[in-house]
Design a protein around this ligand. Structure first.
Ligand SMILES: NC(=O)c1ccc[n+]([C@@H]2O[C@H](COP(=O)([O-])OP(=O)(O)OC[C@H]3O[C@@H](n4cnc5c(N)ncnc54)[C@H](OP(=O)(O)O)[C@@H]3O)[C@@H](O)[C@H]2O)c1
Length: 295
C-alpha cells in the first residue's frame, strides 16, 4: 500500500493516477473539503484528515509500505511552511519509522540546498531532507524545478487574450519539468535500486530563458504575444505593504520572490542521470503544452 500526501494537488493527483494505472493500492490523504471524487473513482482508498493533526498522520501510516510526500503549504488555505512543509513531514517521517515503512519519497524543491534565508519553504524542505537522511528509512529525495502543469492556466489565458504577464527578468533560466514525468519518477523510486537513498534534481530536458516561454506560447497558439513585464520591485512593494498586517503572508511572499529572482534549471548531466536511472525520456515543455491542449 502506498500513502500519498497532497493527493489532491497538481503533482499528488498525477501520482495517484499513475499508481492506480499500475494497479497499485493507494491511500490518498485528503481534506474533507478537497476535490477528491476523481481519486475515489480511480479506486484509491480515501483517507480524510488534516496534516496539521498528528493523530491523522499516525492513522494514515498504518499498514503502509511506501510513502510519497507531495503536500505543500498554501498560506491562503491555512497552514504555514513551518506547519505543513516542515512539521507535517517530520511527523510523517516519525510515523513512517514507527510503521516500518519500506521507502519514503520526499518531494523537495530544486535549490533547497542553496541556503536561501528569506524563503521559508526552501528552508523547511532542506530541514526535512536532512531529517529524512538521518532517519534510517530508505528514501529518495526529488528536487524538482517548476511544474509544467502550473503553466496550463496561464496558457489558457494566453490562448484567449494573447496576454502574458511576467514578473521579473525574462532572461532568467529555468527547466520546467513535465508534472507527468515527475509523477512517474516518484512512483518508480521504491522499486528502482539506483534510487535508494539518493537525491535527484528533476527538470525538463532543456534550459529555457523565461522570455522564450512567451515565444513558445505564441508559436503554439499562433498569435503574437502581448507581453507585460512587471519588475521585481512590484513584489517587494506588495510584501512591505502586506507585512504591516500579515507577517506570515509576508514570509510566504519571500519564497515567491526567491522563485522569481533566481535560476532553477538542471544541468545536462543531471538530466542524463535521471533518464538513465529511471529509464525514461524527459518531455520538453513545448511537447507537454501541445499534448495538453491537443495541438
Ligand atoms: N508547483 C511547483 O512548481 C513546484 C516546484 C518544486 C517543488 N514543488 C513541491 O512539489 C510538491 C507538490 O506541489 P504541487 O504544486 O502539486 O502542490 P499543490 O498543488 O499546491 O498541492 C498541495 C497539496 O497539499 C495539500 N495540503 C495542504 N495543506 C494540507 C493540510 N493541512 N492537510 C491535508 N492536505 C493539505 C493540498 O490539499 P487541498 O487540495 O485540500 O488544498 C494539496 O493536495 C510540494 O511539496 C511543492 O512544494 C512544487
Amino acid at each position: 500500500m502506498f500513502l500519498v500526501t497532497g493527493a489532491t494537488g497538481g503533482l499528488g493527483r498525477r501520482v495517484v493516477r499513475s499508481l492506480r494505472d499500475q494497479g497499485q493500492s493507494v491511500r490518498a490523504f485528503v481534506r474533507l473539503n478537497s476535490q477528491y471524487s476523481e481519486l475515489e473513482s480511480r479506486g484509491a482508498e480515501i483517507f480524510i484528515g488534516d496534516l496539521l493533526r498528528e493523530k491523522d498522520l499516525e492513522k494514515a501510516c498504518r499498514e503502509v509500505q511506501f510513502i510519497i510526500s507531495t503536500h505543500g503549504s498554501d498560506e491562503s488555505e491555512g497552514g504555514t511552511a513551518l506547519e505543513i512543509d516542515y512539521r507535517a513531514n517530520i511527523e510523517l517521517i516519525d510515523q513512517a519509522k514507527a510503521s516500518e515503512v519500506q521507502h519514503f519519497v520526499f518531494v523537495s524543491v530544486l535549490g533547497a540546498d542553496r541556503g536561501y534565508e528569506d524563503a521559508p519553504v526552501f528552508k523547511a524542505k532542506r530541514a526535512v531532507e536532512l531529517y529524512l537522511q538521518g532517519s534510517g528509512l530508505n528514501y529518495t529525495i526529488l528536487r524538482p524545478s517548476g511544474f509544467a502543469s502550473n503553466l496550463l492556466p496561464l496558457a489558457e489565458q494566453f490562448r484567449q487574450t494573447g496576454i502574458y504577464l511576467m514578473v521579473g527578468d525574462p532572461k532568467i533560466r529555468t527547466s520546467i519539468v513535465s508534472t507527468d514525468d515527475l509523477a512517474r519518477i516518484a512512483i518508480a523510486c521504491p522499486t528502482t535500486p539506483a534510487a535508494r537513498n539518493q537525491v535527484f534534481a528533476v527538470g525538463g530536458p532543456e534550459v529555457l530563458e523565461r522570455g522564450e516561454i512567451v515565444q513558445m506560447f505564441g508559436r503554439i497558439f499562433n498569435r503574437e504575444p502581448i507581453f507585460l513585464n512587471l519588475p521585481l520591485l512590484a513584489v517587494d512593494g506588495v510584501r512591505t505593504a502586506v507585512g504591516l498586517f500579515n507577517p506570515d503572508l509576508k514570509d510566504a511572499l519571500g519564497t515567491f520572490r526567491t522563485l522569481l529572482s533566481n535560476e532553477f534549471y538542471c544541468t545536462p548531466a543531471e538530466i542524463e542521470t535521471l533518464e538513465s536511472v529511471f529509464d525514461l525520456q524527459m518531455e520538453p515543455l513545448e511537447s507537454y503544452l501541445r499534448r495538453n491542449f491537443g495541438l
